[in-house]
Design a protein around this ligand. Structure first.
Ligand code: ZN
Length: 214
């Protein structure tokens, strides 16, 4: 898989003076920023236990946001085929890990993704990778759900796409309101799944056993 600096409507324009190395240049600055943050928090970044922390956090953050340097085309590759399959395809219980853009704290849970093909099918292993292109960025759950649905519409031009994400947000669980058992459920329905109640109900039942509809 080739990495590249993502360009598109959700990316700032590349600074010509920095060029394609901007991501790795930014990553080199992260340890210094983490060191400054540790100091601001009242810590001593030179003490034994923290000595290598700035480098670790920098690497970790770069990895957790690697979706900025990937595109859907990169991860799908040649994984789309002509095919006559004419019923719903559902991949459920896909693990999802992301970072909320308001607090840069994790939110995590499961995604259920379905599409109803229109002559094109996608390798099933590609669907979680499309999800990760968007999950491995700073996100809000609603936008993540929409972006995955729209990406699959672009790639597959299907009859319909449905995406449900149910997630726990550490920014709600660890701080603020400390609502430790509240799960956020978002859905994005396109085409048939939006327009046809029967198809929508079938998807939501398969995706979620109807539990969250209670
Ligand atoms: Zn948050």
């Amino acid at each position: 898989m080739s990495l590249r600096v993502a360009q598109g409507r959700d990316q700032p324009a590349a600074d010509a003076s920095v060029g394609a190395d901007s991501a790795s240049q930014g990553a080199r600055d992260l340890p210094d920023l983490v060191r400054a943050m540790l100091t601001a928090l009242g810590e001593d970044p030179t003490r034994e236990g923290l000595r290598r922390t700035p480098e670790r956090v920098g690497k970790s953050l770069e990895w957790l946001t690697r979706g900025y340097r990937q595109s859907v085309a990169d991860v799908v590759g040649d994984g789309v085929f002509e095919g006559k399959h004419e019923s719903m395809v559902v991949v459920r219980d896909i693990e999802v890990y992301s970072l909320c853009e308001h607090h840069m704290l994790p939110f995590f849970g499961r995604a259920h993704i379905a599409y109803y093909p229109n002559g094109r099918i996608i390798g099933l292993s590609k669907i979680p990778r499309v999800l990760d292109v968007f999950a491995r960025r700073l996100q809000v759950q609603e936008r993540l759900t929409d972006q995955v649905a729209d990406a699959l519409v672009d790639v597959l031009e299907p009859v319909g796409v449905g995406v449900v994400i149910e997630a726990y947000h550490l920014c709600m669980m660890m701080r603020g309101v400390q609502k430790q058992n509240s799960k956020t459920v978002t859905s994005a329905l396109r085409g048939l799944f939006r327009d046809d109640a029967k198809a929508r109900d079938e998807f939501l039942r398969l995706a979620h056993g109807g539990r969250w509809l209670d």
